[in-house]
Write a protein of this length. Structure first.
Length: 305
């Protein structure tokens, strides 16, 4: 594969001075999935500091309770908790139903739940697990909450994506890797490519509304992603790679900028490397595959077009 200078811009964008915003989000309803660690946790901290009304989603009631107590202590705010595991689409539907029942309007939706696996696993729904957690589940969650976001004066949706989309791997005839040798990085890339494609598609469908949707790479930061893998992977991650990664606070600050900055009120269908607008890899911009994955994603999560 040949790379152009534009394709390699991510190398400097990640090191560039990032934008920040001090614009308050006082009283805005902000729903954050994957909120109990890493990027999602830093996002809820920044949003709490900005005065948001938080609704955060995670797998563990215990961790959610701990984060709620921390936010109440540090930022004198309260948060609504929803337990859901994105490895189960039934959980995603139930979580969306709970939130829709509690709130008439959602101002900001951030999906940050994600996993990386070194071996092929299937979810209870029969989908390749990384593809489901990283793409199908947040896709379903977004669509189910979309009516509430449309009621906001200026709704914003942010899908935490990744430079990992550069690994490719998306093959419409083999989304579950049944016919191919499973490569963790490629499977991760497939999930992020699919997510990025549906962000662009949904942005186009929402162009005449007051809702924006963008994708964002959270930077090379220390998170728990991949901790579900074996001891050898974990040893490599924490013993070697960990030392080259940054504090995830930069991810939280960048997500806050994307969620709050007035100058981004009409920016949609974009891919941001932290806060820098960046062009995705060409394979992620393939219009034919984009239409196919849009239809297939609806089918796999049980939604009608």
């Amino acid at each position: 594969m040949k790379y152009t200078m534009e394709d390699l811009a991510f190398l400097k964008n990640g090191r560039a001075q990032q934008h920040k915003s001090s614009e308050p989000v006082t009283g805005k309803v902000c729903v954050v999935s994957g909120a109990t660690s890493g990027v999602g946790l830093e996002a809820v901290k920044q949003l709490a500091k900005g005065g948001a009304k938080l609704v955060f989603v995670g797998r563990s009631q215990q961790k959610l309770d701990q984060i709620k107590a921390q936010l109440e202590r540090d930022y004198a705010t309260s948060a609504d908790l929803v337990v859901a595991d994105f490895a189960r689409l039934a959980d995603v539907r139930r979580a969306a139903e709970e939130i829709n029942a509690r709130y008439d309007v959602i101002d900001i939706l951030i999906n940050s739940a994600g996993i990386h696996s070194t071996k092929r696993l299937l979810s209870e729904d029969g989908n390749e697990l990384v593809f489901q957690v990283n793409h199908l589940a947040p896709f379903l969650f977004t669509i189910l909450l979309l009516d509430r976001v449309k009621r906001s004066v200026q709704g914003r949706i942010i899908q935490v994506n990744s430079e990992g989309h550069r690994f490719g791997g998306l093959k419409m005839s083999d989304l579950d890797w049944k016919s191919r040798f499973y490569v963790g990085l490629r499977a991760y890339g497939a999930s992020k490519t699919a997510q990025l494609m549906t962000v662009i598609k949904l942005a186009d469908q929402l162009k005449d509304t007051n809702v924006t949707i963008n994708a964002m790479h959270p930077g090379g930061v220390r998170t728990n992603i991949g901790s579900n893998n074996g001891w050898l992977y974990r040893a490599w991650l924490h013993g070697v790679i960990w030392h080259f990664l940054k504090d995830p606070v930069i991810s939280g600050e960048s997500l806050y900028y994307l969620a709050a900055a007035p100058e981004l009120s009409r920016s949609t269908g974009k891919y941001f490397n932290l806060t820098i607008d960046e062009k995705p890899m060409p394979h992620a911009l393939d219009e034919t595959v984009r239409e196919q994955i849009w239809v297939k994603s609806h089918e796999l999560v049980g939604l009608e077009l």
